[in-house]
Design a protein around this ligand. Structure first.
Ligand code: HEM
Length: 452
């Protein structure tokens, strides 16, 4: 694009005028300080001719994710670690490859298919509730690790009808090791190359091999037995390009399956952990939700058809995604010179969409730090700019699993809350650990009380 205006946004005057360790150690604090000091578009020079922009205003977010999305792509610092684990996939590819895969995969996430997956979500949550039923009243659990185990189980069963959450599952173990490696790579700019035989690299390489072999075995057995399983893998295997009639190769299927595990399990678990935390701190809101669950479900499990009636429960989850968005920042790189409301963005600039700032921006949210599910009443939603809230991203690259995630979270909240009251354990430290998602650093400890 031909740029007429070369005015740079406010920000740090010279490169490396900040300590990169600051970003690594406390990215949320660092970005917040920069935003407070310089505003909604901040220039942070890293090296000569290499710059990062911090972006917090909904109009700028809309420009980058939606109206001018073709001028931006996902940067290598995001794609490379992901590709090490999952190969090229819908999450990391661009252009025709991405479009082809998005078209092939989109129907699997259509509402009519999600109804089948709801059954697995309900039964996984029920089995967790049965496990907890054996505990004595008031017993303390870490709700963050329990939720992570549950969402991994749901991800394995809805994806390829296999429980990978159990400690005895080699696939689950290989996946968890690989996922931690991706987290490590994303949070450390300088790391030894993969060929270098550090213990971590060797561990990862072995896990990756195991993961590939086991997922391939699942695909092979599906091809041989042609049994129709009601899961996402079956749908992906059956998907055909409308124009060419082509489906996905085994390699592509494997990459997409691993990608869906990565994108789909910790995101939901992290959001649910914070949901329990916020409900524990806000008993009135917890009581309102309980009221709705009683009226709509009266102790029974939610069915797909009943989910739209759980309006308050869904708003509680949406509000959690505002305060603790799992994908807390979205990275992009500009593919060409660009201009945004008078500011110049040179080609090659890393733009970080600071969701956790936008979501608490006082210009768009009343009492921004307060937990208030009424923020998602439709009249309130209609008053805000569209991109004041974007937990699932936006534009073409919006999360393909959005409806899946909302359905899963609502089902888990409804079943767990009808069986148990979760009381926060006093004095347990609760701190955010921003990695691939916003993890609670020391977990979230709660006492489990059975509801009669
Ligand atoms: C609360 C839960 C979730 C949150 C907050 C979330 C958030 C996001 C965000 C922000 C993006 C866009 C990333 C970007 O533009 O850079 C994204 C993309 C994606 N998500 Fe999710 N996600 C969630 C759950 C899921 C689930 C359950 C699945 C799959 C079962 C999934 C699969 C994907 C995939 C495949 C993409 C890439 C889509 C594309 O580029 O075309 N996500 N997600």
């Amino acid at each position: 694009m031909k740029v007429s205006n070369r005015q740079l946004p406010p920000g740090l005057g010279r490169y490396l005028a900040f300590n990169p360790e600051d970003i690594k150690e406390n990215p949320l604090g660092f970005y917040r300080r920069m935003w407070q000091e310089y505003g909604d578009l901040v220039r942070l020079p890293i090296l000569p001719n290499y710059c990062m922009y911090l972006v917090a205003h909904p109009n700028y977010i809309e420009h980058i994710l939606s109206t001018h999305q073709e001028r931006y792509s996902k940067p290598d610092l995001f794609k490379k670690p992901m590709n090490m684990m999952a190969g090229e996939s819908i999450l990391t590819s661009e252009g025709d490859f991405w479009l082809k895969h998005r078209r092939l995969m989109q129907p699997a996430f259509h509402m009519k298919h999600l109804a089948n997956l709801a059954i697995a979500m309900v039964s996984c949550t029920e089995s967790l509730v049965q496990e907890w039923d054996k505990k004595s009243d008031g017993e303390i659990i870490d709700i963050a690790s329990e939720t992570l185990r549950l969402t991994l189980k749901i991800a394995g069963l809805t994806l390829f009808s296999t429980d990978i959450s159990d400690d005895s599952s080699s696939l689950g173990k290989a996946f968890r090791t690989g996922f931690e490696f991706v987290n490590y790579k994303m949070n450390n700019l300088v790391t030894p190359p993969l060929w270098f035989p550090t213990l971590r690299n060797l561990d990862f390489r072995q896990s990756k091999q195991t993961l590939d072999n086991l997922v391939q075995e699942i695909i092979d057995s599906r091809r041989q037995n042609s049994v129709d399983s009601p899961d996402l893998l079956s749908m992906l295997m059956a998907a055909r390009d409308e124009e060419t009639g082509e489906g996905m190769s085994d390699e592509q299927l494997k990459n997409e399956a691993i990608t869906l595990l990565i994108a789909g399990h910790e995101t939901v678990a992290s959001a649910l952990s914070w949901t329990w935390y916020l409900l524990g701190q806000n008993p009135e809101i917890a009581a309102n939700m309980q009221d709705e669950l009683g009226k709509v479900l009266n102790g029974s499990n939610p069915t797909f058809d009943k989910l739209p009636q759980l309006d308050y429960t869904r708003r509680v989850f949406e509000e959690t995604l505002r305060l603790y968005p799992p994908a807390w920042a979205l990275p992009r790189v500009s593919l060409e010179d660009d201009e945004m409301e008078g500011y110049f963005i040179p080609k090659g600039t890393i733009v970080t969409l600071a969701k956790f700032i936008t979501h608490r921006h006082p210009e768009f949210w009343e009492n921004p730090d307060e937990f208030n599910p009424d923020n998602f009443l439709s009249e309130k939603v209609n008053q805000r700019p569209k991109f004041a809230y974007f937990p699932f991203g936006g534009g073409q690259r919006i999360c393909i699993g959005k409806s899946f995630a909302l359905m899963e979270a609502t089902i888990i909240m409804a079943i767990v809350s009808q069986h148990f009251k979760l009381e926060l354990v006093n004095n347990h430290p609760v701190e955010i650990d921003p990695r691939f998602t916003l993890r609670p650093k020391y977990g979230i400890k709660v006492k489990l009380w059975k509801r009669s």
